[in-house]
Design a protein around this ligand. Structure first.
Ligand code: NAP
Ligand code: G4F
Length: 341
């Protein structure tokens, strides 16, 4: 049976990938950072107790900023596959902490690649690359051949990671590949990302725990898919004869505004839009109450306006395609947050 090391185990994708690999019979090691408060909600169902490890799922402490720690873990665990999902993953935040973002998101993968190279083993490596690399897009839809034009410290750090993975693959013949994943969401998505912020806020508004939802750019468009499906694509990318960088997405794009409308509609509220720019408001058609307002804090110094994937290669090479589309995704997330709040 195979052994996998997943960095970013406490995050959305790390937790779904652990579920997926455990189901396949893997032994899974999840790398977690030391922090002061409890952050194991996404893997609580795996009954994680740091003192009572299960046979097939184990947590280990580590940090992508520390290469001595990464080297030691790889030496001890001897994984067949490493999935590097750990990152400072918030685009807006990367403008506030650009140097930290570069350390973790650019140099972190380099540290793992070096450890693999030094280990002289045939560990297979998956890097969580991103559609943010396309940035101010130079072609639509975006494919594996579309030139990158990143627009944030996050995307630029991930661009370095993309290129260093490619370089180590070519220079040292490592089995290393980049999954160029478009946005994917779920009930386990962090609440500071726009989709989950919307679904938790709408649920709170419906339950009278919040008055209004404050957002930034309502007209940004994203290719939003369902995260549990995307972790299968990560695994498939490590099961091929040759490593290859592949786009994973739905092939549909929708605006933040549409997401808001569908989320409120699910809760029985019809939203009408009034005003322009930072004065725009989303009002309840029934009573005129302002439920959505603009807060310029959420605008980004440089925005990515439109992302839309062409996932043809994933279909052809991996036999993978997304099944849960936009409306169903909003419903899954709304159902979860309404049930929770
Ligand atoms: P996420 O929920 O934000 O999870 C990020 C994970 O990285 C968390 O477990 C976090 O741990 C960990 N982490 C952060 N800094 C670390 C450090 N210095 N050392 C070790 N671990 C660290 O992100 P996600 O949505 O699951 O995304 C997974 C990966 O895919 C990320 O690399 C992201 O950039 C990339 N990606 C995501 C999407 C998407 O739409 N979700 C699309 C394309 C690419 P804590 O819990 O301790 O913070
Ligand atoms: O949900 P977001 O923060 O995701 P973003 O920036 O697309 O990044 C996510 O997807 C990337 C893949 O393309 C990943 F690489 C990355 O790690 C992350 O998972 O923002 C989506 C859009 C943006 O255009 C943003 O300006 O929503 C807009 N937006 C409008 N109001 C907002 C808000 N975003 C956030 N987070 N919060 C708002 O209030």
């Amino acid at each position: 049976m195979k052994t996998a090391l997943i960095t970013g185990i406490t995050g959305q994708d790390g937790s779904y990938l652990a579920d997926f690999l455990l189901e396949k019979g893997y032994t899974v090691y999840g790398l977690r950072r030391r922090i002061s408060t409890y952050n194991l909600e996404n893997i609580a169902h795996l009954q994680v107790d740091p003192h009572a490890r299960t046979e097939s799922f184990k947590l280990v402490y580590g940090d992508l900023s520390d290469s001595s720690n990464i080297n030691r873990l790889i030496d001890q665990i001897k994984p067949d596959e490493i999935y590097n999902l750990a990152a400072q993953s918030h685009v807006r935040v990367s403008f506030d902490v650009p140097e930290y973002t570069a350390d973790i998101d650019a140099l972190g993968p380099l540290r793992i690649l070096e450890a693999i190279r030094e280990s002289k083993t045939s560990i297979r490596f998956y890097q969580a690359s991103t559609s943010e690399l396309y940035g101010d897009v130079l072609e639509t839809p975006q494919t594996e051949k579309t030139p990158f034009n990143p627009q944030s410290p996050y995307a630029i750090a991930k661009h370095y990671a993309f290129q260093i993975v490619k370089n180590y693959r070519e220079a040292y013949h490592l089995y290393a590949c980049n999954g160029i994943l478009f946005n994917h969401e779920s009930p386990r998505r962090g609440t500071s990302f726009v989709t989950r912020k919307i679904t938790t806020s709408v649920a709170r508004i419906v339950r009278n725990k919040q008055d209004c939802l404050y957002l930034g750019n309502l007209d940004a468009k994203r290719d939003w898919g369902y995260a549990p499906e995307y972790v299968e694509a990560m695994w498939l990318m490590l099961q091929q004869d040759e490593p290859e960088d592949i786009v994973i997405g739905t092939g549909e794009t929708h605006s933040v505004r549409e997401f808001v409308e569908h989320a409120f509609a699910y809760a029985g509220i019809d939203i009408a839009w009034e005003g322009k720019g930072i004065d725009e408001r989303g009002v309840d058609k029934k009573n005129g109450k302002s439920l959505v307002r603009i807060d310029p804090y959420y605008y980004r110094p440089t925005e990515v306006d439109l992302l839309l994937s062409d996932p043809s290669l994933a279909r052809k090479k991996l036999g993978w395609s997304s099944k849960i589309r936009f409306k169903a995704l909003v419903e899954i997330m709304m159902q979860h947050d309404l049930g929770r709040i």
